[in-house]
Design a protein around this ligand. Structure first.
Ligand code: DAH
Length: 364
């Protein structure tokens, strides 16, 4: 441990030597300082007014100097004082730097850690099924259209060949908007009961040829149960051109069902009635669960009814300014929930609307 000794020799060489050994002791001790507490001890040992090394240097070396060496000794003692003060200060700065480096190192972001993952939503099974149906027709060159959910009596009924008071209107369980009695019947508002009105809106807007599919939400005055919902979805289709025949209808829908349900699926067309098609059909597919052998899903018949279709009734062309001598076409409409329930083997339509994540995440 360094200590200040009395000087016998005050020659410049001797003073050089004692100064050098003091400075080397100072440097050595400074190099050992690892923390704030050690630094305080170091600072006090060298700089304390009472008995610090600098004080001793002053008291022992300078005060003991002969008159001839006083000046030289005083200058050196001053230099040593500055050196000690500088060393104490740098040591403190180095400690602070090391401390903040350690803190920075501890806080540094580890970019190799996994990030915070937010769960992203997925398409609802009904919307997904609707998009899949649409894309089957898109691949056949159909465009995609939409129309309003709040419709007029004209588009929902009259222009689709449901005359006022025609009994076919009763099949639709329509929800009417209240307070419309002052308007002419054709202008009265209702919630569309099917996507068929968009057939008329499309033909009003463009001349033939038309090939379009129309996905959308529809409303009926139905009490919710396992197979009914007052709000559900349909995909409508319309193809009008020169020379379109019932064979085109059959071929298109047969292809679409095979594209959707698999190439083994067969289709069956059975006569039906819709005001806006003539002839009208109900389209069945062979049951995808039993391959037509008969099971609970198809009620042992081997067939499942999937959609309505038909050749566009020429009366419709009169409403939109098409020449019924020149063009012909077919239309179809299907319920999306019904198809989604078939696809996923569900027996309760309400599951789609409850918003239960445990149900919905099965489709993610
Ligand atoms: N609009 C009918 C309904 O909701 C479904 C339908 C049947 C649409 C035959 C059509 C069609 O385009 O040709 O019950």
């Amino acid at each position: 441990m360094y200590s200040v000794e009395k000087l016998a020799d005050y020659s410049p060489e001797a003073l050089d030597a004692v100064a050098a050994s003091l400075l080397s002791a100072l440097a050595q001790e400074a190099a050992q300082i690892a923390d704030e507490a050690a630094w305080k001890v170091f600072r006090d040992r060298w700089m304390a007014r009472k008995n610090g090394i600098l004080t001793q240097v002053n008291d022992i070396w300078l005060k003991g100097a002969p008159a001839t060496a006083k000046r030289d000794t005083g200058r050196r003692v001053n230099e040593l004082k500055q050196a000690v003060e500088a060393q104490v200060e740098t040591t403190r700065e180095q400690l602070a730097d090391a401390g903040s480096e350690a803190r920075l190192a501890a806080e540094r972001v580890d970019i190799t850690l996994p990030g915070l993952r937010r769960q992203i939503g997925v398409e609802h099974p009904v919307i997904r099924t609707m998009n899949e149906i649409v894309s089957v027709f898109r691949n056949m060159g159909y465009s995609v259209g939409e129309g309003p959910e709040v419709e007029t009596d004209y588009y929902n009924f009259e222009s689709l060949n449901f005359p006022a008071d025609h009994p076919a209107r009763d099949t639709q369980d329509t929800i009417f908007i209240a307070g419309q009695q002052h308007r002419p019947q054709r202008d009265r508002l209702l919630l569309r009961t099917h996507t068929s009105p968009v057939q008329i809106r499309t033909m009003e807007k463009q001349p033939p040829p038309v090939r379009i599919v129309i996905p959308g939400k529809v409303h009926r005055h139905d009490t919710p149960d396992a197979t009914h919902s007052p709000v559900f979805h349909q995909v409508e289709g319309l193809a009008v051109d020169r020379g379109i025949t019932f064979c085109d209808l059959k071929g298109t829908l047969d292809h679409a069902m095979k594209a959707f349900f698999g190439s083994k699926v067969q289709t069956k067309f059975q006569p039906s009635f819709f005001p806006f098609t003539e002839p009208s059909v109900e389209v069945y597919i062979s049951c995808i669960f039993c391959a037509g052998k008969g099971c609970r899903v198809c009620k042992m018949s081997g067939w499942v009814e999937l959609l309505g279709a038909g050749m566009v009734d020429p009366a419709l062309y009169g409403f939109v300014g098409y020449n019924s001598d020149e063009v012909s076409g077919f239309a179809f409409g299907m319920g999306v929930e019904r198809i989604a329930m078939m696809m996923y083997g569900l027996d309760d339509i309400q599951q789609f609307y409850l918003g239960d994540v445990r149900f919905l995440e099965q489709f993610a």
